[in-house]
Design a protein around this ligand. Structure first.
Ligand code: NDP
Length: 354
């Protein structure tokens, strides 16, 4: 199949790109700059231009942003839209609405409208949403005291634009941006009745190795979820006696599994029209610390030890079910030890460079 992948240089998207390519599909990736296109071509240099080409879409919020990218011979069959603002570290100017909500929503609408306008052969669109668009949580309360329930694809974060406007909290704006972008996509399908069907994927925290660690010069360049782990459990100056920090979102999926979920969501006919929660289980910081200390014995003196026995789910809090994804997509999950272990070894080698 011929596939358009937006945000192709992203942490998750590079794994997806690798999997679409090794399955034999022909992929055009979009990135925001020529430098990122060069890096990506180097990472995937074993694939010739007929199987992989990269185009620059500098601003996905501009009208017609994807029109040129979506013109192709052979025509596109599938579109995978992953690009969305994620990092909380780079936003210097602008409101939360400008930094998160507008790019997420406008970018999604630009992709969908451009498909309708210039790429009528597209049969399936896979949108990377987030569990942030599913769970109805109060981040000011520790997760262990949140009401017990099992979130599924039918659940929606009830956040409103007024709430985003009333807060300076970037993570809250991010969660709202994912909710509004996904809602806008489903509303587009409902309203426009396009020739393609839509699949949305709602992962919680995405952990695991970066696809090509050569491009991460310093830990500060890691994606947001890897940075969370590095800065809380591995950064210089920590001691094993320091407390393990409280967990924000205690649910996770391995980056290689959510990447495979994208491939399966495009290729499995029965996935059309579905919204999948993709969650491998629970990963509180204590569990991450345990696996880091196991994987990096030379760093045991500086990785917080906490209380190693207290790593599993507290009674009563919320969780999420991937039953639908397991049934429809046949998705199975990598072990937690591989997710954190593979990533720990990379983090240690990235840190050693700096
Ligand atoms: P990355 O930051 O590694 O990738 C994000 C991608 O989106 C990059 O290609 C980035 O481009 C692009 N992007 C960011 N802001 C904009 C913008 N304003 N306009 C156009 N493109 C933009 O993050 P992830 O790989 O983690 O995220 C990929 C997707 O997965 C996102 O949709 C995210 O919301 C979702 N997700 C991620 C989770 C996680 O824990 N990581 C959890 C749940 C969902 P550039 O490199 O140029 O900045």
């Amino acid at each position: 199949k011929r596939v358009l992948l937006t945000g192709a240089n992203g942490y998750l998207a590079q794994h997806a790109l690798g999997q679409f390519l090794s399955a034999g599909h022909s992929v055009r990736g979009t990135v925001r700059s020529a430098a990122k296109a060069t890096q990506l071509k180097s990472t995937f240099s074993q694939y010739g231009p007929a199987q992989l080409d990269i185009v620059v879409v500098p601003d996905m919020t501009l009208p017609g942003a994807f029109d040129e990218a979506l013109k192709s011979d052979p025509a596109f069959d599938w579109v995978i839209h992953t690009a969305s603002p994620v990092s909380y570290r780079n936003t210097t100017a602008g409101s939360n609405e400008e930094n998160y909500v507008n790019p997420a929503v406008k970018g999604t609408m630009e992709v969908l409208e451009a498909i309708k306008r210039v790429a009528p052969c597209v049969t399936r669109v896979v949108l990377t949403s987030s569990i942030a668009a599913v769970i109805d949580w109060d981040p000011s309360i520790p997760y262990v005291t949140q009401p017990a329930r099992v979130y599924m694809g039918a659940d929606w974060n009830p956040t409103t634009l007024e709430e985003v406007r009333a807060t300076t909290d970037a993570p809250e704006a991010y969660r709202a941006s994912k909710t509004f972008a996904e809602r806008a996509a489903w509303e587009f399908v409902e309203r426009e009745k396009p020739d393609f069907d839509l699949v949305t994927l709602c992962p919680p925290m995405v952990y695991g190795p970066v696809f090509d660690e050569r491009w991460i010069g310093r830990p500060e360049e890691l994606d947001q979820s890897a940075w969370n782990i590095y800065s809380r459990l591995l950064r210089p100056g920590l001691q094993s006696t320091d407390p393990v920090p409280p967990t924000g979102l205690h649910l996770y999926v391995d980056v290689r599994d959510i990447a495979r979920a994208h491939l399966l969501s495009a290729s499995v006919p029965e996935a059309g029209g579905k919204r999948f929660v993709i969650c491998a289980g629970e990963m509180r910081y204590q569990r991450i610390a345990n696996i880091l200390r196991e994987s990096l014995p030379e760093k045991r003196g500086t990785i917080p030890e906490g209380d190693p026995g207290q790593w599993s789910m507290e009674e009563g809090t919320y969780t999420a079910s991937s039953e639908d994804a397991e049934k429809v997509l046949g998705l199975q999950f990598i072990t937690a030890e591989s997710t954190i272990g593979d990533f720990a070894r990379q983090l240690a080698s990235i840190e050693a460079r700096g």
